[in-house]
Ligand binder design. Structure first.
Ligand SMILES: *Cc1c(COP(=O)(O)O)cnc(C)c1O
Length: 453
């Protein structure tokens, strides 16, 4: 039995030479609390077994505890999964100009809500509105925190306690529990479903509208595809019908591309400009999906409707923060300039040539001296372009304990995430930044030698 009276005091530990570095690093309060915790455990364990650790050992334990509790959980990872817009990994990466804009407006005071001409209060959403209108042909724009918020705000401002007509195949659930019917309920709007799961006709809309409604909504079924015996009226037809009855149309595009995805061998993702041109009264989409910017919900549309939306109390609750706004305007400027494909990470990844991807996968293979480079497919993800893939080349490592190997890669710093498929770990260069190549190679080398030994 340990003699409990021989357990050193908190003070003695704090005065020890090894403690001063811990105090510098973590602060006296944290170190004192952790020492108490460790001594208490010793006291409890001491009842049962013998040896009392040296002071240095106790302080090493204290250090380990402090280090693990002080380490961040939100950290960069290397994404070798080949999923470009990976919601769990933070969706779109920002371009350099966006990052610099974030830093500029965060380091100093800014004109966030200040009109320099008038010397009085201005509106924060203004900073992006003119750019958005110029790019899309919309009359006006308003920007909020994310697209789920944008949909909620539009419905709350225009259709609370009134009927909103939407077709059954569009009552979708996006990842993370965002369900169109639930958002409608939350906004106070009354859902009027038209058509059947697979077929909807314009007459179905007409019948529902004749019974009275405030708004007609279309939601892009971003993450699934309806095939077989199906039909839906075009946005154009829905808009023409709604306008005949004096009803506005809200088009939730989800991802909403400003560039044509067909140019890159993908299916056509509905474009924001197309919805505006077709006459949609409100169009909303995400900032961090195919736009390639920060998390944001962008609402475009008719001046009168945007005015109502801007004045709704929820607009304040859902407001965008200055860092996102700065990143968004910097991102949008590249669309005006026309260098998106070269500068915005999402589009650079989409546009990456298979030759270049093969070169990189080959280089990884020769650097680690094992594995095989094979043809595979990357995906866009982020609830856009379901089932659409981009041909790529991946480094494939075949091994017995592949799940365990992948788990070890997640423990690396930075963590390395891959795709595990039929007993192989696949590494897709499309979503790995050039400057991450060396780290990826180092992590693979260390873990491969470990799994052999
Ligand atoms: C992704 C998506 C949303 C939610 O957008 P967030 O920016 O993630 O809030 C809403 N509607 C559709 C159709 C979507 O695809």
């Amino acid at each position: 039995m340990t003699n409990l009276s021989r357990i050193p005091s908190v003070d003695r530990l704090l005065r020890h030479a090894n403690a001063s570095q811990l105090i510098d690093q973590f602060g006296r309060g944290m170190v004192t609390d952790t020492i108490r915790e460790v001594l208490e455990q010793l006291r409890q364990r001491g009842m049962a077994n013998g040896r009392l650790p040296e002071i240095e050992e106790i302080l090493t334990t204290v250090n380990t505890i402090l280090e693990s509790s002080a380490s961040d959980t939100l950290i960069p990872v290397i994404n070798a999964t080949g999923v470009i817009l990976h919601t769990n990994l933070g969706r779109a990466l920002l371009c350099t100009d966006a990052l610099e804009a974030v830093e500029r407006v965060s380091r100093s005071y800014s004109t966030l809500e200040y009109d320099l001409e008038k010397g009085e209060r201005g509106s924060r959403s203004e900073h992006a509105a003119a750019l958005l209108c110029q790019l899309t042909g919309a009359e006006d724009a308003f920007v909020v925190n994310n697209n789920a918020g944008a949909v909620l705000l539009c419905l709350s401002a225009l259709a609370s306690r009134r009927r909103v007509v939407i077709s059954r195949p569009q009552l979708v659930e996006i990842g993370g529990g965002f369900r169109i019917p639930d958002v409608m309920k939350q906004s106070g709007a009354r859902l009027v479903e038209v058509g059947t799961t697979n077929r909807v006709h314009i007459e179905d809309y007409a019948a529902a509208i004749q019974d009275g409604a405030a708004l007609v909504m279309r939601a892009h079924s971003s993450n699934f595809r309806l095939v077989g015996f199906t039909s839906q009226p075009t946005l154009q037809e829905i808009i023409e019908l709604s306008h005949r009855f004096g009803l506005p149309v809200l088009d939730d595009l989800g991802s909403g591309a400003l560039l044509d995805t067909e140019k890159y061998g993908l299916a056509h993702e509905p474009m924001v400009q197309e919805s505006i041109r077709a006459g949609a009264d409100l169009v909303c989409f995400s900032g961090d999906k195919l736009l390639g910017g920060p998390q944001a919900g962008i609402i475009l549309g008719k001046r009168e409707l945007i005015k109502k939306i801007r004045r709704h109390p929820l607009a304040r609750a859902l407001r965008i923060d200055k860092m996102s706004l700065a990143a968004l305007t910097a991102t949008l400027r590249h669309y005006l300039k026309g260098d998106v494909e070269a500068v915005i990470p999402v589009w650079r990844m989409i546009a990456a040539s298979p030759d270049r991807l093969k070169q990189r996968a080959d280089a990884w293979r020769s650097a680690i001296g094992s594995g095989e480079v094979i043809e595979e497919n990357s995906t866009v993800g982020g609830g856009s372009l379901p089932e659409e893939t981009l041909p790529t080349y991946v480094l494939a490592l075949e091994m017995r304990h592949v799940t365990e190997f992948a788990a070890n890669l997640r423990r690396a710093r930075p963590p390395l995430l891959c795709r595990v498929q039929s007993g192989r770990a696949l590494f897709d260069p499309r979503t790995v930044l050039d400057e991450e190549d060396q780290k990826l190679i180092d992590i693979l080398k260390i873990n491969l030698s470990r799994s052999k030994s």
